[in-house]
Unconditional design. Structure first.
Length: 93
C-alpha cells in the first residue's frame, strides 16, 4: 500500500492571496460587457451614420458594438501609456 502524498514531510502548498482589485475589475468588465450587449440587442433598428465625408445606413447594433470596441481600445492604450510614464518616472528617481 502506498502512503498518501501529505505524509511525505513536505508542507502543503500555501494558497495564493486573492487579488481583490483584480477580482473587482473582472466583475466590472463582465457587467459592462453584459450591459453593452443587452443595450445593443435592444436597439436593432437601422440608423443613418455620418462620418466626416461619408454617410451610410447601418444597424444600430453595429454602431454600438464598434463604439464599444473603440472605447475599450482607447482605454487600453491610455492605460498602457500611463504605465509606461509611471515606470519611466520610477526609473528616474
Amino acid at each position: 500500500m502506498t502512503e498518501p502524498a501529505s505524509s511525505t514531510g513536505e508542507p502543503p502548498p500555501t494558497p495564493l492571496p486573492r487579488d481583490r482589485k483584480r477580482d473587482f475589475r473582472l466583475i466590472a468588465v463582465g457587467v459592462v460587457a453584459v450591459l453593452l450587449i443587452w443595450f445593443a440587442l435592444e436597439n436593432h433598428q437601422t440608423v443613418r451614420v455620418h462620418f466626416w465625408v461619408v454617410s451610410t445606413n447601418a444597424a444600430l447594433v453595429v454602431v454600438i458594438v464598434i463604439s464599444g470596441f473603440l472605447g475599450a481600445a482607447i482605454g487600453s492604450l491610455l492605460r498602457r501609456r500611463r504605465r509606461q510614464l509611471s515606470r519611466t518616472q520610477n526609473q528616474d528617481n
